[in-house]
Ligand binder design. Structure first.
Ligand code: GLU
Length: 416
């Protein structure tokens, strides 16, 4: 996290800018600043060594004017209520920008999943699910994967929820394994959306996408799949990194082989034929397209000026601070903001939920065709707003999202 501003401060500042530009009523602005509901839970489990393990978790529900709350659950040692609140707000704008009938939420548990056994993770997930049980559900709030949670985590959530209910409720969570109602294409959806945005951005700025050089920060689910898809589409992946460091090869890397190397060694570093670089240096790599797909606050005012990419497509949530945004804007970098660039994940989550409610299963082609249409439409909407209001893509996306949510709030009215 940056020394100056927390994620929630950044989210509030972004909301303030959008509210100002939109001339938003003060009452609605006040309402959107604070989540509708936040639940803190203390999750106690039996660790493998027989001792108690005590973890802090939360579920934050920001706004549900456009539909049930929706958003992932992250496991990370840095998780805190401030960060999860910001992430829940970003989910609200994201669902509105991509135009799916959901509100925004996020959950998290402060833990170090890398140091926990599968059994401990399962017990922690199940206990957490039971503790947020009252506020989640298919028409209430639908969790999904986020940093260090995956399809298996979602399976445990589905099972715990279903066991408590007494019948199977696959639609209570998305990002599940396909064998229990997960959607085709969900695992790659965020990355596919990020790459679609990079491709559309390339068209917009007149850059040839095929053969474009790409650097990816982060090699988790989003980063690795984004590198793989871009490679499959003919881009040249010149640098990738994970939490242990980065690698660079001007001639290009094969992300499939880097992935195998990471599975074997636990890191992308020391992959053959590459120069070892730092995580910071990945951002400054000479490339056409930069995909930050790690955590918040990676691109700051300290390093923004070193960025050489012409296009940034934000696979992560909140990777760029507002000060860095200004620097990038002045440099003329075409930035596709997180609430648009990584909306592919929640979009396919929505398709999964629809399939579950209809007891249906769509083929991959159908899922990807719908995703492609949704992403391209949202990209166009944001570009149009940016041109009309002569503002950055970030502000345009925020304006679009905030306006749609504000319209829903006004249309619903207040009860009582
Ligand atoms: N965690 C993902 C995100 O930040 C996915 C959320 C979802 O599918 O509900 O967009």
């Amino acid at each position: 996290m940056s020394k100056e501003q927390s994620a929630y401060c950044i989210a509030l500042e972004q909301l303030r800018l959008a509210a100002e530009q939109l001339n938003l009523e003060d009452g609605i602005h006040q309402m959107l600043k604070v989540p509708k509901r936040s639940l803190n839970v203390c999750i106690t489990i039996r660790m493998d060594n027989g001792e108690f393990g005590v973890f802090n978790g939360c579920r934050v529900q920001h706004m549900d004017a456009r539909g049930p709350f929706k958003g992932g659950i992250r496991y990370h040692p840095r998780v805190n209520l401030d960060e999860v609140t910001a992430l829940s707000m970003w989910m609200t704008w994201k669902c509105a920008v991509i135009d799916i009938p959901y509100g925004g939420a996020k959950g998290g548990i402060c833990c170090n999943p890398k140091e926990m056994s599968k059994g401990e993770l399962e017990r922690m997930t199940r206990r957490y699910t039971s503790m947020i049980f009252d506020i989640i559900g298919p028409y209430r709030d639908v969790p999904a994967p986020d940093v260090y949670t995956d399809a298996q985590t979602m399976a445990w959530i589905m099972d715990t929820y279903s066991q408590i209910k007494g019948y199977s409720v696959p639609e209570c969570v998305t990002g599940k394994p396909i064998s229990i109602g997960g959607s085709e294409g969900r695992a790659e959806a965020t990355s596919l959306g990020t790459d679609i945005c990079a491709r559309e951005a390339a068209k917009t700025v007149g850059l040839k996408f095929k053969g474009a050089t790409v650097a990816v920060q982060g090699f988790g689910n989003v980063g690795w799949n984004a590198a793989k898809i871009a490679y499959d589409w003919g881009c040249k992946i010149v640098a990738v990194s994970d939490s242990t460091g980065g690698i660079y090869n001007a001639k290009g890397l094969n992300p499939y082989k880097v992935y195998d190397h990471k599975v074997k060694t636990g890191s992308v570093v020391n992959y053959k034929g590459c120069e070892t670089i730092t995580n910071e240096e990945v951002l400054a790599t000479k490339c056409d397209i930069l995909i930050p797909a790690a955590l918040e606050n990676s691109i700051t005012k300290e390093n923004a000026d070193k960025i050489k990419a012409k296009i940034i497509s934000e696979g992560a949530n909140g990777p760029t601070t507002p000060e860095a945004d200004k620097v990038l804007c002045e440099k003329g970098v075409f930035l596709v903001p997180d609430i648009l660039a990584n909306a592919g994940g929640v979009t396919v989550s929505y398709y999964e939920w629809v399939q579950n409610l209809e007891r249906d299963h769509w083929p991959l082609e159908e899922v990807n065709r719908r995703l492609e249409t949704k992403m391209a439409k949202a990209f166009k909407d944001v570009v149009t707003t940016a041109k009309k209001d002569k503002c950055s893509m970030r502000l345009a996306a925020l304006m679009l999202g905030v306006r749609r949510v504000a319209d829903a709030i006004k249309t619903l009215g207040l009860w009582p």
